[in-house]
Design a protein around this ligand. Structure first.
Ligand SMILES: [Zn+2]
Length: 138
């Protein structure tokens, strides 16, 4: 084997992976147009514009954001239309002042009055007699 033939073989061996780089990129990315990229690469790759075109085609995303052409890591972080609704925010529970229980001195029924009425004259809802709601002694 002479030097020229050796050079051709070497160029072929080293050039072939570079020549089919667009196809390798498309295959490794799981591109949906892998076959078309291979055909463009195979038939027009010897033209620089065909090779570059195939490489660019292999690199760009051609699917929508839910398609299979994106990397799984990117796809998983995006919401899909089938994701469950987010958890509803908890409804804040505001403190409601508790009613203060009093025993009516006239009829003995339990009367509950708002805290703002403590210390004032209140009317029993049962016997209608007024009495002084003395503040509770703690
Ligand atoms: Zn009463």
């Amino acid at each position: 084997m002479n030097d020229a033939a050796l050079l051709v073989v070497a160029a072929f061996l080293f050039g072939l992976p570079i020549y089919f780089l667009p196809t390798f990129v498309a295959v490794s990315r799981g591109h949906r147009n892998t076959v078309a990229i291979f055909l463009l690469n195979f038939f027009l790759g010897w033209l620089l514009v065909g090779w570059v075109g195939a490489l660019v085609w292999a690199v760009i995303a051609t699917e929508d954001k839910y398609g299979s052409n994106k990397r799984r890591r990117d796809r998983d972080s995006e919401p899909t239309p089938f994701d469950p609704l987010p958890e509803p925010a908890p409804v804040p529970v505001y403190a409601v002042p508790a009613l203060v229980p009093y025993t009516c001195p006239h009829c003995g029924y339990m009367v509950r009055i708002p805290p703002a009425m403590v210390g004032a004259m209140v009317t029993c809802g049962t016997c209608r007699h007024p009495f002084h709601a003395t503040p509770p002694a703690y």
